[in-house]
Design a protein around this ligand. Structure first.
Ligand SMILES: C[S@@+](CC[C@H](N)C(=O)[O-])C[C@H]1O[C@@H](n2cnc3c(N)ncnc32)[C@H](O)[C@@H]1O
Length: 283
């Protein structure tokens, strides 16, 4: 039987398997993640979440959050501490198990192991906020994905996504060079340099190997980034307010501080608020 394909012809199952392999038992989410590594960046994201949760309580008297791809629960814990009722999904069984253990005494957190990334769309459409942090770049057809997520929101609800690389072809020469340079400076401190160089050569030739987790997990990081303008265009059809926030994130601490000082940008977040009743978005 034919297998479903991604928008660029890769087998969807290969992408899903890669998530399981990359985020399997014992994975360290913090090591390569600027938004978990750097206090200022993490605190800024937490503050953005707080504001959304507060607004939801003020407006609706409740806050039901769907967090997609919660990892080991860094932001789930924050959302739950703010009083939200959180449903957190994970495609990786090991990460879902970790979440179940972490939140076993938190009645306001429900963990869902969504092995194929599709079960989520059968949930009732009664969420006030949908959160994706560092998730969209793992999803081959992220435009369809956010359209389907939008359909899970109540009227007036918010969809927020952070920590995805912006669209490479639109970067200035300086931002492209700063992004690559700071990544490689950090990468040389991480070992397995020969493997890294081989992967890099394949990517330069435009070859992606569906048996390699590096090519399939960081799906859009190794391709052209995530098209923030296309997302904004969609969100404008479904939400009354759409804010695009572009910022700098990189793994090395000194280069993170330097990039922030210089006002460089390579990463984005979007907050789409006030979902229009009956606005675009279908499952
Ligand atoms: C880079 S991690 C981010 C984890 C967490 N949001 C954070 O910022 O700490 C991406 C996570 O998304 C999960 N993931 C990827 N695609 C998914 C999908 N379709 N549904 C649910 N989880 C998914 C991966 O298993 C991984 O745990």
């Amino acid at each position: 039987m034919d297998q479903p394909l991604t928008d660029d012809g890769q087998r969807l199952q290969a992408v899903t398997n890669a998530q399981e392999a990359a985020y399997g038992h014992g994975v360290d989410y913090v090591a390569g993640s600027p938004h978990l590594l750097h206090h200022r960046l993490r605190a800024w994201l937490v503050e953005r979440m707080w504001r959304l949760v507060d607004t939801s309580f003020a407006r609706f008297g409740r806050c039901r959050v769907l967090e997609v791809g919660g990892g080991h629960g860094t932001f789930t814990a924050q959302l739950a501490a703010m009083g939200a009722d959180v449903t957190v999904t994970e495609i990786s069984k090991s990460s879902a198990d970790v979440l179940c253990t972490h939140f076993r005494h938190s009645p306001n957190v429900q963990v869902m192991h969504d092995a194929g990334g599709e079960e989520i769309f059968a949930l009732p459409a009664d969420f006030d906020i949908v959160v994706c942090i560092s998730v969209l770049h793992h999803i081959p057809d992220y435009l369809t994905f956010v359209r389907r997520l939008t359909a899970l929101l109540t009227a007036g609800g918010t969809l927020t996504t952070y920590q995805d690389p912006d669209w490479y072809p639109r970067r200035s020469h300086l931002e492209a060079a700063a992004d690559r340079g700071s990544y490689f400076a950090w990468r040389t401190t991480q070992g397995h340099l020969l493997d890294g160089a081989r992967t890099r050569l394949r990517r330069l030739r435009g070859c992606y190997d569906e048996s390699m987790a590096a090519d399939m997990t960081e799906y859009h990081v190794v391709r052209k980034g995530v098209d923030e303008q296309a997302l904004v265009e969609f969100f404008n059809t479904a939400f009354a307010h759409v804010d695009l926030l572009r910022y700098w994130s990189t793994q090395g601490a000194a280069l993170q501080r330097l990039g922030e000082k210089l006002g460089l940008r390579n990463t984005f977040g979007i907050e789409a608020t006030d979902r229009r009743p009956g606005g675009s978005g279908s499952r």
